[in-house]
Design a binder for this molecule. Sequence first.
Ligand SMILES: Nc1ncnc2c1ncn2[C@@H]1O[C@H](COP(=O)(O)OP(=O)(O)OP(=O)(O)O)[C@@H](O)[C@H]1O
Length: 951
Amino acid sequence: MLRAPSPTYVPKMPDLRTAKFDLLAIALAALSLFVCVSLGTYDRYDPPSTLAWPSPTEVQNAGGRVGAMAAHGMFSMLGVGAYFAAVSLLGVTGLVIARRPIDQPAVRAFGWGLSMLGGCTLASIAFSGWSPGPVVGAGGFLGAMGRAWLESNFAATGAVIFALSVLAAGLLLCTDYFVFRAAAVATAAATAVSTQGLARVGAIGGAAARRLSYKRTDLDGYHSAAKGDEEDEEEELDEEADAEEEDDDESEYEEEDEDEEDEDEEDGEIAISVKTPTSTAPAAAAAEAVAVAGASAASLREKLTSALRVKNPNDKKKSEREEIIDQLDAADQDGALDMDYELPPLDLLLPADDVCYDEHEKEVRRKAKVLEKTFKSFGFNVKVVEIETGPVIAQYEVELEAGLRLSKITGLSDDLAIALRVPSVRIVAPIPGKNTVGIEVPNEHRQLVRLREVIEETDGRAKRMKIPIYLGKDVAGNPMVVDLAALPHLLIAGRTGTGKSVCLNTIILSILMSRTPDEVRMLMIDPKMVELSGYRKLPHLMHPVVTDMKKAEAILAWGVDKMEERYALLARAGVRHISVYNQLSEEELRERIQPEGEEEWGLVPRYLPFIVIVADEIADLMMTAGKDVEQHIIRLAQKSRAVGIHLILATQKPTVDVITGLIKSNLPARIAFQVASRTDSRVVLDEMGADKLLGNGDMLFLSPGTSMLLRGQGTYLSDDEITKVVDFVGVGTDDQRFASELMQLKTKEEEEEEGQGIPGGFKKRDELYEAAVDIVVREGRGSVSLLQRCLGIGYGRAARLIDFMAEDKIVGQYNGSQAREVAISIEEWEAMTAGSSGEAAEAPAVASPPQAMAKRNKIVPETEPAEEADDELGEESEDEADWDEEAEEDEAEAEVEEEDSDEWEEEEEEEEAEVEEEPWEDDEEEEAWEDDDEEDDEEEEDDEEPLANSA
Ligand SMILES: Nc1ncnc2c1ncn2[C@@H]1O[C@H](COP(=O)(O)OP(=O)(O)OP(=O)(O)O)[C@@H](O)[C@H]1O
């Protein structure tokens, strides 16, 4: 049983162990040096050799008589194996000096023996007439014996094969693949040197051809269709270059992964590795363990030495880190070549602060004792088996004695906090995937987690993510990086001053550091007016930072429309995710979309960027336009994953009226900073724990699909860092590419104000409302798909238009799969419009039916119909006298249209069938699709019942 340490106990073990190790290291170093010198200066006539008679009285060996004897003995026994023995001795000496423990020493020794045997035998077979020492042979007695036995049993060839296998197996056991990896690295380096020149030329050629920003997106209208055609050829080249680059990247990732795994394995094997983060030499590590008080506890100390491990989060070799930085810098430069846009370099961010790990280690060990002692005082016998330390929290893994119930431990957190003299202690019972309980205790000294270090440490993993977010570091000091595209939305909650805004800044800067404005576009909603105002210069913005909550509501509504529009586009292209859409080549896209003509093709977006909507305080938003905002958030959260629209919502009011049940259930990924009460914690995370956080960036992350909470320290960004990055990527007002459809967006009130005096006395809710009514009345069918086709708008907008008509009693109520009935006649409608023709002529929104019809089934950005409607209106008001004539023509066309519409419906059905038959584009998407299946079902329901939904 462990003896409880006295509270004033100061661990002395590390000093003793250091002295012991140092003495051992000196002895080994001396021995290996002596052996090397003796072997190096070996003279075959030195005694005890019998080659010269009489024996020379003076010994030539630099190691003297003993050296000569040692060399003679080693060469006689081992032949060339003597050199192997000397090198091995040097290796062991190095490990002892570096305080790196040798795990599984018995296996290693066995492996070493095997490799010696195999090596000597092989040498004996290969160089039969030569010997490095006495005339025994190249492999000494050992090799000669091995050779004799093998050749008598397996003949010469079999003997070589056998000896080689034994050598390889021995090296494998002894060095744990190190030798093979070293050989592979050397080969790869040699190959790389020879192919580098060629590869560089290829990369530059490919990169120069790629111009991502030339691709037309569905968000900006700056790219003309004609230009797109001119660049067709160029884009083809680009796609090839992209594909090649992707291949390269993938193989790189695989290599990196392997390295990481190997490293992990090594970490797992090493008992404790203590290394200061600034140390460049791996030799600065110490294999140490926690000692138990009292000199009489020597045996227990021995036990704990192997049992209790303190994992140093800074264990990464500096050289490796430097490598990663180099790679990142190289990637940055490549980025500059690839696109006209240059990603910000890492040196704009501050490096990690230096930490005195030795001090910290002493502290956690002391706390481990206090923990054990406190448990003991409550009558529980627990043992701390491992300690993991992060920047702010250390996690002590404790093993419970058999028969001790978990519930008894979990109630002790406050008592432990008092005993440890810390503000709070959180108990994780059990640690996921382990049979131990985790006790999270705050460190005495907090470290800041810098964005730069998190990026550097996660580069390999983050490269594969679509939108990497560098959240911070967990309790073991591992970087917490998540892919926003996989989350796919994030809710951040916490009381005021606990780190939400810093977290939002981290998320925004994570995007800025790794993604171009072509890949990710952003919308920012900032009710506090000052929190996000610093980002106004960003080229990623689609709209200036929104501070008016009514506008924010309109933007969320736009998001819903954009989502529907993108879904329609994806369905038409027969793909299930925008990333698959974005990979389609121009020809493939054209083949799938089958545009009616060049005009329509010119409007098809070639690239759909991710859209990230960041809202700093949703409580304000909910207060201003509660129900509407909630509806928009829910709709977006439910379905927008596949179309690349992601929400990041923060609130300092984690109450049920802000984070409603529906919002919560649709935003499974959540981050909680410190909250005021357990109730608030339950609202955010569905369980307690956030009330025990420390504030200042201490957080709990709930990853989607699990109930597992991950504790971490959020990345900290100073204002200076943010300013530097924003200044680097920022552009002037003239160069900003705001989306025209968003700039023209009107709030509900504005629309209603504008709508006063509209024909028929209807409220004007949408610029296309009158055109839509006209179509519906003339067609005699209140059909959403009819409006979609005729006006070239997305499903969402068309469904809303029909809902408005139902409110104005122009169409009847929802009628199952049938189109709604139209309640007014053409004459009535014409009378209404004629009644206010003067106003109608001025009203920019009234589009003439014939021209509206001409645009059917077009895929257009939302502004296009409005803009065209405006143009059409201009022409229309000039030609007002021709109205009646055109109306007649229109009626004729409407008849044709009616026939056409049946065809359209058939085509649509075919399209849907095609979508269903579409093979999985990519495994990842398959997963995403599975997740979306339910949502899609809902979508189908929506299709059938738009009114019910919007009502
Ligand atoms: N990750 C972090 N590491 C260290 N300190 C942090 C971290 N995050 C926040 N802080 C500290 O907490 C302070 C408040 O953070 P922040 O402004 O993000 O809080 P907030 O929750 O947004 O508050 P409010 O709701 O009032 O805006 C910061 O000024 C900083 O000193």
